[in-house]
Write a protein that binds this ligand. Structure first.
Ligand code: ASP
Length: 336
């Protein structure tokens, strides 16, 4: 057997940043694989693939579909594993989209950096090395996670990981669960396995349909103007990030109920940790009212993940009812 090949697909973000022409402000300008070029990654051939040089706020669902196809192409072209590098700001969303697309029968590994390669104490090279080591680890191949995120010597399931800090190198955490694994002395050690995927690989069902799902947050003294704007603006679904267990005011609940007659409405929690309630409170706008009005609970999925999931399901040709049922199943998969 020859030495293993890992394709590193570079999509910009801090891990690819260097000072721009003004010599100060950082802009994406290099392949992520450059941060480890010159160093040897023991016994691994790193195949560097430049995909884009952008901030992660520019990534679109259509781009992620094309990326998933490229990941398959790299594997067909002999790559034993694939690492994707991108900006950390949208990493919790795009990694989950890749996880649902499941382009390979082994997880795709996503990483980035909180400190640019030129910054003191940069985590760029260490994160990329950790991602490559994880991508080749035999136990990862057995993992049912469609994608994992490796940051700060931790391996997280793409489904549960969230960016919880704007600047620190330990910005990524999986609340309630913790990481799937950790790296000790550069070697992955797995702590637990995720349950098998609840959905088929959505890349095989991708229709190219352009789907827009809005995300709104419940706030104190809220009016319904933005919810009515969602109805008028041709969105295909709405995720509402409710208060605490997923609650909104009675006025907002009525507007959501009217919207749910036409498009799927999913409620998550702006607390970003813990499952939304489904059977406790009966006030107007509480979960029992929302469910009566046709809203679907997001389980433990934070709103950002629920929006990715609803978008991907609707793109995959499922009917509204099928998409809602599958969303419920995926949102509750992983709790026993
Ligand atoms: N704004 C950058 C991006 O998300 C930050 C980062 O890479 O962490 O692309």
């Amino acid at each position: 057997m020859g030495i293993p090949t890992v394709a590193v697909i570079s999509m910009g973000g801090t891990i690819s940043c260097a000072p721009g022409d003004d010599g100060r402000a950082l802009v994406p300008r290099t392949d992520a694989a450059d941060v480890i070029s010159g160093d040897s990654v023991d016994g691994v051939e790193v195949r560097s693939v430049q995909w884009s040089l952008s901030d992660s706020s520019e990534i679109t669902f259509n781009e992620l579909i094309r990326l998933a196809r490229e990941i398959r192409r790299q594997a067909a072209d002999g790559a034993d594993a694939v690492v994707v590098t991108q900006g950390t700001d949208s990493l919790e969303e795009s990694a989950y989209a890749l996880s649902l697309l499941r382009p390979l029968d082994r997880p795709v590994v996503c990483t980035g950096a909180m400190r640019a390669p030129t910054a003191p104490g940069s985590d760029a090279a260490s994160n990329l090395r950790a991602a490559i080591a994880t991508a080749l680890h035999p136990e990862l191949a057995q993992s049912s996670a469609g994608a994992v995120v490796v940051m700060n010597d931790e391996i997280h399931s793409a489904k549960w990981v969230q960016k919880h800090h704007t600047q620190r190198v330990d910005a990524f955490t999986s609340t309630d669960r913790g990481p799937l694994g950790v790296l000790y002395e550069g070697r992955p050690r797995f702590l637990r396995q995720d349950p098998p995927p609840s959905l088929p690989a959505l890349l095989d069902r991708e229709t190219g349909r352009h789907v827009r799902v809005a995300l709104l947050t419940a706030v104190l003294d809220q009016d319904t103007a933005l919810i009515e704007a969602v109805a008028r603006s041709g969105y295909h679904g709405l995720v509402i990030e409710g208060m605490g267990g997923g609650h909104v005011s009675g006025v907002v609940a009525r507007a959501l109920g009217a919207l749910a007659r036409d498009i799927p409405v999913v409620y998550a929690s702006r607390s970003r940790a813990g499952a939304v309630l489904e059977r406790t409170y009966g006030s107007p706008g509480a979960e029992l009212d929302l469910i009566d009005r046709g809203a679907v609970p997001a389980g433990e999925l934070p709103a950002l993940k629920a929006r990715v999931l609803l978008t991907m399901l609707l793109r995959s040709g499922f009917s509204r009812r099928e998409a809602e049922a599958l969303l419920r199943r995926e949102a509750h998969a992983g709790t026993r």
